[in-house]
Ligand binder design. Sequence first.
Ligand code: SF4
Length: 163
Amino acid sequence: MIPESIARASLSEIEEAIKPAGLQRAKARAIKELANLILEEFNGDMRKLLEMGEEKVRECLSKIPGIGHKTIDVLLANWGYPVLPVDTHIRRISKRMGLASSGGYVGIRESLHKYFRPSRRLEAHLLLIKLGRTICKSQNPRCDLCPLRRFCKYAQDRYIAVG
Ligand code: SF4
């Protein structure tokens, strides 16, 4: 059973296993705490936690230090909940496009939920990350190549500004 193995492992063993992902020290603690919670409160079965409903899952996981809104949303989205997790690329694109104002994480997510219907939110999350990595980069966004150019405030302002 995976939660049992993780709960038994030392922090340094977990750190070593997740090293390629980076930030292993903080992540290892959170992963170990999560494994303990799954073991103690859900008899080692992660599905029992995830099937409690979105709000209960949020409430339960947000008690673990190191697990934030984005991590919880990624878990929920991948379990089939209609959630659009917001990473650094999506935050940047949302602001440039004028889809979300300068609100915090939850404000941006809720704004995006108005634009993407529930069944497409995970797909939107993945596609927006891809766009952010390839075209709408932090420095020098390639608006000339962007399929969203027609809907984007940043591009419109820029093109209007240059005539
Ligand atoms: S048009 Fe430009 S600023 Fe807007 S999303 Fe595309 S690359 Fe980003």
